[in-house]
Design a protein around this ligand. Structure first.
Ligand code: UDX
Ligand code: ADP
Length: 455
């Protein structure tokens, strides 16, 4: 069997590497229009940082795993084609800021139709709004000869960045949606057979197309809702003297609630949560359900408020002005163990502080300085560039800083020498722990003014 994947991003790359690694009998080709990205996938420095990814890629690359810009050949030779291109929130025209922009998905469908000379299975891997499969199928059928047919499947990805390889190796479930026709069932069975090479059959769920598409949005909406719920309580804890981590631990012991995804933070980020919530909101509005739309929109509203509240806390604590003050920021990725910064809370907090004329000294173990400058509008916003310094370690960042803000929960930030950090900072020295990872008592004993979330 030959598999092709269009899109060599955070989802396509790791997912295909795992399939190739687990299925030596399948040839997997990942095609992308971005030449630099493909060159990186073929080099020693992969474009995506994920624990365990390098080993998995190296185990199959050049044997049954290939990265190429030649999508025409990849499409022509494949039996199964995954579409794993970006589906960002629309930034223009109707429903801008809410609906998903499906132009990349549609372009893939047109490419597949143009370069297929036999029937194929097309798998939606990108997060897409419900009923996209229908549009995909329409574009495929309208642009190909009558002698060939396409089965469109939905196979949403549930991996989380930072643990992608574990999630792919041992997922809670694999979801496959398809048409309820004999051909649709056969296509679902073909794809299920690939996953069954290493995943037990009882974890491979088959549903109709719309259930599968909607489940992806709903899973992310529920996860995001838990974070917004606990973050709302963090504000109440700060007012009342309760400790949000103690509250989370106490309620999480109830097996009906469960303990995961109750870590209060500066806010959730990542490419999925906000985008999928917006998608869900848009769908509800489209289908005439404004109350449901409003309910889910409030999950995003709470997240925006939490990020803004954190920036305001820094500004208020520093005697209502950060103008000209150096603020050290530890962590720029949206969570630990990834170099991804999409929707990272650090971008929002960083921009708020820059607006207030602060100088930022930023350190992240994996995010490149180019990415940080880009995200903070160094080139596009006046005066931003000279106010941003990207540092090579935490101690350099805190040198002469009035405040330190921890925005990503990288393990190395737990073990820093905070006495040394204190000595290097201006006094009074402030720490704003947006991830509740530092030892608050120890920091207070050293002499810091400490602000942690929900305490
Ligand atoms: C998410 C989903 O978990 C995954 O199933 C889906 O396929 C893609 O979207 P991801 O965005 O990679 O994955 O990471 P996730 O671990 O879900 O974290 C998202 C954000 O929420 C991060 O900014 C993280 O720091 C934050 N978070 C997570 C919290 O603030 N508290 C928590 O308890 C958990
Ligand atoms: P995700 O997190 O969903 O994987 P990314 O933005 O990381 O999203 O990756 C999407 C990839 O899809 C990008 O590398 C982009 O260049 C690629 N891409 C976009 N359009 C096409 C296309 N028509 N054919 C092949 N690759 C494409």
């Amino acid at each position: 069997m030959k598999i092709c994947c269009l899109g060599a991003g955070y989802v396509g790359g790791p997912t295909m590497a795992m399939i190739a690694h687990k299925c030596p009998h399948i040839t997997v080709t990942v095609a992308d229009i971005n030449e630099a990205r493909i060159a990186a996938w073929n080099s020693d420095e992969l474009p995506v940082f994920e624990p365990g990814l390098d080993e998995i890629v190296m185990s199959s690359r050049g044997t049954n795993l290939f990265f190429t810009t030649d999508k025409v050949t990849a499409i022509r030779e494949a039996d199964v084609i995954f579409v794993s291109v970006g589906t960002p929130t629309k930034t223009y025209g109707a429903a801008a800021g809410r609906a998903a922009d499906l132009k990349y998905v549609e372009l893939c469908a047109r490419d597949i139709a143009a370069h297929s000379d036999r029937s194929k299975i097309v798998v939606e891997k990108s997060t897409i709004p419900v009923r996209t499969a229908e549009s995909l199928k329409a574009v495929l059928c309208a642009n190909s000869s009558d002698s060939i047919s396409f089965q469109v499947l939905s196979n949403p990805e549930f991996l989380a960045e930072g643990t992608a390889m574990e999630d792919l190796d041992d997922p809670d479930r694999v979801l496959i949606g398809g048409e309820e026709t004999p051909e649709g069932k056969a296509a679902m069975e073909t794809l299920a057979g690939v996953y069954a090479t290493w995943i037990s059959r009882d974890k491979i769920i088959q549903t109709n197309l719309w259930s599968s598409e909607l489940s992806k949005l709903v899973a992310n909406a529920f996860l995001a809702q838990r974070i917004s719920s606990i973050n709302s309580i963090s504000a109440l804890c700060e007012e009342t003297g309760a400790n949000v981590d103690e509250v989370a631990s106490a309620i999480g012991k109830d097996s009906r609630i469960g303990s995961k995804f109750l870590k209060s933070s500066v806010g959730f980020g990542g490419s999925c949560f906000q985008k999928d919530l917006l998608n869900l909101v848009y769908l509800c509005e489209h289908f005439g359900l404004p109350e449901v739309a409003q309910y889910w929109r409030s999950v995003i509203g709470m997240n925006d408020w939490q990020k803004r509240r954190f920036s305001n806390r820094i500004i208020n604590s520093l005697f209502n002005t950060v103008n000209g003050k150096r603020i050290a920021i530890l962590g720029f990725a949206f969570k630990k163990d990834t170099n991804d910064t999409r929707e990272s809370p650090a971008i929002y907090v960083g921009r708020d502080l820059l607006e207030e004329e602060a100088s930022l000294a930023i350190y992240d173990p994996k995010v490149t300085s180019d990415q940080i400058y880009l995200d903070l509008g160094a080139k596009s916003e006046p005066n931003h560039e000279e106010k941003i310094e990207v540092c090579s370690d935490a101690y350099e960042a805190v040198e002469g800083a009035h405040a330190l803000a921890i925005l990503t929960e990288w393990d190395e930030f737990r073990d820093l020498d905070y006495r040394k950090i204190y000595d290097r900072m201006m006094k009074p020295a402030f720490i704003f722990d947006g991830r509740n990872i530092a030892n608050r008592k120890e920091l207070i004993d050293i002499g810091f003014n400490v602000y942690a979330i929900g305490r």
